[in-house]
Design a protein around this ligand. Structure first.
Ligand code: AMP
Length: 385
């Protein structure tokens, strides 16, 4: 059973005046920690032993004799033999004792089972706890159903391989690395059969996953990941902010598009099928005349999420979007939490976030600023779930 919202929110009654901002160590943890310390909160990273050097060594806070931060932004690191241990009763108790507010990132929702986060993790989350599940494409209610309800354009779904009559992308997990993608494209049923057989034979995908894969229209156009923020602390009409826009670097896709066509055709069959593993991010802005459409998407998402998952989206979220040749956005994926590409602006701030806040405003800093505003207003519980 899901944790009652009031019970989780009441946990902060016992918290110190200045809570600790914590995140699972991977994905966007440096951005979160950098933002936390900029706004005067201690930062904590929950890391897996053996994957902790980024936090324990390279970005660890080093203080002057007077106690001022001289270098780094990760004040504390707790390491575990496996990420899922974060949710053990002892670690939860330790987090509460230290006054930890957890920022949900993809590492949290990937490494700690969603059912544990929803029903057992008695630590306040800065964001929308019950919305983390919408990212699971295999769920009956997921981000596609929410976007459709919101009236946000999504790629047309193709119900069976035999109906492929245009370029489609087939979405399923990688056979062995379950958190990675085994995506492929096809323009007709024959290409679907040929490529899927080849990918099954080389161990990239499984027949079981293929049977339940989502097949959808491939939107031809550049990808823009819109990093939004929603605050319930302001009137609804002022609550939505666009902080910045990122794009991904995916391997081997981005390597392939850097090859001239003649060289691509020289590659062997397997190497021609792009791999969509995210390995980095770049920064973008959009043509200014498109911005209002982008805000409209965000507004619709906020309203629909409030109806479907009360209290609705809180804090950072990301709509991953393709823009077609008329500049019309289609949303093909959603992060109901801090997106994966926000590190592009850590420290220097997002272009739109800076323009709005008159200061370097990264996503991490915006999250911490929200905590600061909420504490000052005596409304901390409203931004937590
Ligand atoms: P996802 O796992 O849904 O975030 O998708 C991974 C990558 O696949 C994206 O970064 C895009 O490059 C691509 N992609 C996903 N869905 C579509 C689509 N419907 N049309 C075009 N590209 C897509």
């Amino acid at each position: 059973m899901a944790l009652p919202l009031a019970d989780v929110r009441d946990l902060v009654d016992e918290y110190p005046r200045n809570p600790v901002i914590g995140a699972v160590g991977s994905h966007s943890a440096i951005d979160i920690a950098d933002g936390a310390v900029t706004e005067g909160f201690p930062s904590l990273v929950l890391a897996q032993a053996g994957r902790d050097a980024t936090y324990t060594r390279y970005f660890r806070t080093i203080r002057s004799p007077a106690g001022l931060r001289r270098r780094g932004c990760i004040d504390d690191v707790w390491t575990f033999s496996k990420f899922a241990d974060i949710a053990s009763p002892e670690v939860q108790e330790r987090m509460r004792r230290h006054g930890v507010l957890l920022v949900p990132n993809r590492a949290l929702s990937s490494y700690v089972p969603l059912v544990t986060i929803e029903s057992e993790l008695r630590v306040p989350i800065i964001g929308a706890r019950t919305m983390l599940r919408i990212e699971e494409r295999s769920e009956r209610e997921n981000y596609y159903t929410l976007l459709a309800r919101a009236g946000i354009p999504i790629p047309r779904a193709i119900t069976s391989p035999g109906e492929i009559d245009r370029l489609v992308i087939v979405k399923l997990p990688h056979a062995k690395r379950r958190l990675e993608r085994g995506f492929f494209t096809a323009a007709n049923p024959e290409e679907f059969r040929r490529k899927s057989n080849q990918l099954i034979a080389q161990g990239t995908i499984t027949a079981d996953d293929l049977a339940t894969a989502r097949i959808e229209e491939y939107v031809i156009g550049p990808v823009f990941n819109f990093n939004f923020f929603f605050t319930p602390l302001l009137p609804r009409s002022e609550g939505l902010e666009l902080l910045g826009v990122d794009e991904r670097r995916e391997s081997s896709l981005d390597g392939l598009v850097r090859l001239p066509a003649a060289q691509q055709l020289e590659l062997n069959e397997a190497a021609r099928v792009p791999v969509y593993t995210v390995v980095g991010h770049g920064t973008l802005t959009v043509r200014e005349s498109i911005l209002e459409d982008v805000f409209r998407l965000g507004e619709k998402f906020v309203d629909a999420s409030r109806d479907a998952y009360p209290p609705g989206i809180l804090g950072a979220f990301c709509l991953q979007t393709c823009l077609d040749s008329d500049g019309r956005p289609t949303v093909f994926d959603v992060a109901a939490r801090i997106g994966g590409g926000t590190n592009i602006h850590l420290g220097i701030g997002h272009p739109y976030g800076n323009a709005l806040w008159r200061a370097p405003m990264s996503t991490g800093r915006r999250i911490a600023l929200e905590v600061r505003h909420a504490i000052d207003l005596g409304r901390l519980k409203e931004i937590l779930t």
